[in-house]
Write a protein that binds this ligand. Structure first.
Ligand SMILES: O=c1[nH]cc([C@@H]2O[C@H](COP(=O)(O)O)[C@@H](O)[C@H]2O)c(=O)[nH]1
Ligand SMILES: [Mg+2]
Length: 229
């Protein structure tokens, strides 16, 4: 069945914020002589700031409380996120789908406050999404890999899809791919870390895996073809 609605992850999928997270968390860990590993990062991706901090503290045995992590990391994020850049192919795909009136949502593990900071350089483009569901929204009980964020997107579209299988999720994280599958949606994995780090079962269950959003062909999902090729 054709796709009628598209749902986009934010960090590492539309915006190059995963590289910023890595730099910020390396800065945070360095004074403790700890190394922020890719394995830990993959577990954190898609989680709320608090849950991600708890994973980091536990995995690296960091001598700090959850509150200390939130304060320290937030100070570093406030400086770093306003310069977040769009990833290759993101603007082209968003403008294309918008020009064909395909409903688009954002479903992110980010808080609404950090969403605003990260997208501050791209305000007009992010007005094309309705709804924008952040992980601190009232209706979100559980974060990715649970399906709550994506199910809330489906429910809040101005005109909701007939079935979850008509929603296509774009994701860069393991937790996000699992959440999309749990929601009964199709999912394109565009990894933001080398693919060799990903759980093979995540890659196997994704509908499609692409090296970049530039490689996405809307026609494969029954969406209108690009006009510029
Ligand atoms: O290195 C990290 N990557 C990602 C996260 C968390 O994961 C979210 C991004 O997940 P997603 O792209 O699925 O929204 C971020 O907003 C943040 O809460 C983090 O803490 N640290
Ligand atoms: Mg992501």
């Amino acid at each position: 069945m054709s796709i009628t609605h598209c749902i986009f992850d934010l960090d590492g999928l539309l915006l190059d914020t995963e590289s910023i997270y890595t730099e910020c968390l390396q800065i945070l860990c360095a004074p403790y002589g700890k190394n922020f590993s890719t394995e830990t990062k993959l577990q954190m991706m898609g989680k709320s700031s608090l849950e991600a901090g708890q994973i980091l503290i536990r995995n690296l045995n960091l001598p700090m409380t959850d509150e200390e992590f939130l304060t320290k990391s937030n100070d570093i994020y406030q400086e770093a996120f306003p310069s977040a850049e769009l990833l290759p192919g993101a603007e082209r795909l968003i403008q294309h789908l918008a020009s064909h009136n395909i409903p688009m949502a954002i479903g992110t593990g980010s808080s609404h406050e950090l969403f605003l900071l990260k997208t501050s350089g791209h305000r007009e483009l992010f007005k094309l999404f309705d709804p924008v569901i952040c992980t601190d929204a009232n209706e979100i009980r559980l974060t990715k890999p649970e399906p709550d964020v994506f199910l809330a997107c489906a429910e809040k579209f101005p005109s909701p899809p007939l079935s979850m299988s008509q929603c296509l999720v774009f994701e860069d994280g393991e937790n996000g791919v699992r959440a999309a599958i749990a929601a009964g949606m199709k999912v394109v994995l565009v990894p933001s870390l080398p693919l060799s780090n990903y759980d093979p079962s995540v890659i196997q269950h994704a509908t499609l895996t692409l090296g970049s959003l530039l490689k996405f062909d809307p026609v494969e999902f029954g969406l209108p073809p690009f006009d510029d090729i």
